[in-house]
Design a protein around this ligand. Sequence first.
Ligand code: AMP
Ligand code: MG
Length: 326
Amino acid sequence: MICLGIEGTAHTAGIGIVDDEGHVLANAIDMIGGESGGIHPREAANHHVKVIPELISKAMAEAKVGYGDIGLVAFSQGPGLGPCLRTAATAARALALSIDVPIMGVNHCVAHLEIGRKVAGCEDPALLYASGGNTQVIAYAGGKYRVFGETLDIGIGNMLDKFGREAGLGFPSGPKIEQLAKQGKRLVDLPYSVKGMDVAFSGILTAALQLKKKGTPMEDLCFSIQETCFSMLVEVTERAMAHVEKGEVLLGGGVVQNKRLQEMVRIMAEERGAKMFVPPSKLCIDNGAMIAWTGLLMYDSGTRMEVDNTEINQRFRTDEVEVTWR
Ligand code: AMP
Ligand code: MG
């Protein structure tokens, strides 16, 4: 069976086409631009309305499939921004009804983990999911995907982008901060905020902006932001791995493209005799292929949904998902 997956939780619209062996036949992505950064939910939704039809055609051409080949339509049901989620869900319902195939709503965070498990070749990892809007450590335990630690305020990518916007770096700022950090020499003190298994970033943002005003060089600030925030992530990831005894750590979300973060996680993993896995970039960021693949896992293991009960869920919790496929 071939599944077409529609991603639309935030700034990225994506159409992925995947077969039931997990081959990614197409993965077309379009992210709303805007040098100023920050997303307005309705503008992002309007962007998705505009690009989704083009992305569907593009993905189908790339995958060399016709409508008759698609056996399932999956979409990102949550968590995310309401207007964006509704756009993706509406597109999925229209497509599923018009080609008369089943529909499947997918949890976005679980999809990041499942595509990683499939393409990066790990079995039972703890996922460090670090993206614009989300920051969570997720692992499978007792029949469910559970959140072992998460941000108490904003996502780490959001923090990087907000700092970058104030500092005039443009959007997305993560890659620019990574480059500047390489020239950083001095570690300045920022509020390292780990509370139990959770992390918080807004204090670091405020402190970094104050230091910027006082003239701390951008290179040192970027370096210090990375070292501080990534250490926090590594600490809670390691604690989760120890707690649930996982020998694998998987990375997901746009921020994990950062090489320094990868290096820090790799060192932590090696020191505890564990292994790190990083999916290819286009499958780390928000994408439709991960939605399609997770939809297939759900369908194959007996989950069924009717169009009538495919409401979006802006606060769809990772541990609300009934994991029928493991
Ligand atoms: P996502 O929300 O998963 O699509 O990822 C987007 C986020 O990843 C944005 O906040 C970017 O600033 C961030 N990002 C992208 N590349 C990097 C990088 N090399 N280092 C840090 N953050 C990054
Ligand atoms: Mg994501």
